[in-house]
Structures are given as C-alpha cells and as structure tokens.
Ligand binder design. Structure first.
Ligand code: AMP
Length: 180
C-alpha cells in the first residue's frame, strides 16, 4: 500500500505512521527525519538543509523531490510506503507520481498542536517556538492546498486527530479496509 500522512507538526503523523508500518509491514519514511540526518553533514547541502530547517522554512521543491524519489527507488520501498511530511506543497504533489493510493489527513487544531509540542521534551534544534510557529504558518499556506489537491482526486481521508491514539488508528484501518 502507498500512503501519505498529512497534518501539522504535533498532529500524530509519526505515531500513526509507525503503528501503520508495523500493522501493514510497510516501510515508514519521514522527510523531516531524512533532512535532520542530512543536516549533520558538513557539506554545502548539509549546511543549506540545517539553516533552512532551523528557520522552520521549507527545503526547495526540487531538492526535496530528488531526495524522496531516490529513497523510494530503494528495494525496501517496492511493496509500498507510508510517507510523512511529503508532499508538502502543490508543486511537490503534482510532480510526485509513484502510484500513491491514499492520503490520510490527521486534522488537529493549531492550539492543540502547540499544546502537544510544548509538552514534549525535545533536543531538536529546529523545535524553537519561532520555528514551530513558522512551520504551522507554512502548513496553512502551502500544505492545506495539497489537502485540497488530493481531495479533488478522491483519495483523501480526513481523520479527526484529536482523539485517543488507538481510536484514531482503528478509524484509519477501517477507512483503508483493513481489519483491526
Ligand atoms: P518535519 O519533521 O516534517 O516537521 O520536517 C522538518 C523540516 O524538514 C521542515 O521544517 C522543513 O524544513 C524540512 N522538510 C521536511 N519535509 C519537507 C518537504 N516535503 N518539503 C520541504 N521541506 C521539508
């Protein structure tokens, strides 16, 4: 199965992504995680990624697409994937083909997301309050149109993300036609 998870930071994408990955035996891939690893590299690309991430801004569509496509070409993704954090802009969604079947939108209010993020302990350099606010802003500006893009294609599942983890997980499974 080829899935994408969309939601603001704190919406529970990685929690649900990891649960789905175990249940379906399909690889979970987070673009944010890839970029955090690349940001450690002492190369011009590594430095560009680090600076961009720490400002809460977006990596260029071109670079992002190139990196994600390269990952998805690997053998472990041939039976499917659960993508978190990509596509995040309409140009990314339009350029990304790869047989995407379903998009799960985990809907959580900004207030709830901020509350959750502020409550978790993080050593991430890109989790300053300023960067988090910027990321939420960018979500509304660039990623909400991605949700509409997939809604119009008829592959969007909008899920209330402000419920118990297991309830949300069962809801997603039901929508995908998978027995809990
Ligand atoms: P995340 O962990 O998904 O919040 O991603 C952390 C950071 O990685 C974001 O703030 C962006 O700087 C970068 N990033 C992750 N995914 C993308 C993407 N699809 N397009 C552009 N930048 C991204």
């Amino acid at each position: 199965m080829k899935l994408v998870l969309i939601g603001i930071q704190g919406a529970g994408k990685s929690t649900q992504g990891n649960l789905l990955s175990k249940k379906l035996d399909i690889q979970y891939l987070s673009s944010g995680h890839i970029f955090r690893e690349m940001a450690k590299e002492k190369t011009p690309l590594g430095r560009y990624i680090k600076e961009t991430m720490n400002a809460g801004a977006l990596i260029s569509n071109e670079k992002t697409l190139e990196i994600i496509e390269e990952y998805l070409a690997r053998p472990e993704y041939q039976k499917g994937y659960i993508l978190d954090g990509f596509p995040r802009t309409v140009p990314q969604a339009e350029a990304f083909k790869n047989g995407l079947e379903r998009v799960i939108y985990l809907k959580v209010s900004d207030k709830e997301a901020l509350w959750r993020i502020s409550g978790r302990v993080s050593d991430r350099e890109d989790e300053t309050l300023l960067a988090i606010r910027k990321r939420i802003e960018l979500f509304h500006e660039f990623t909400e149109p991605v949700i509409e893009h997939y809604r119009s294609k008829g592959i969007l599942e909008e899920v209330d993300g402000e419920r118990d983890i297991q309830v949300i997980f069962n809801d997603i499974l039901e929508r995908l036609g998978i027995k809990a």
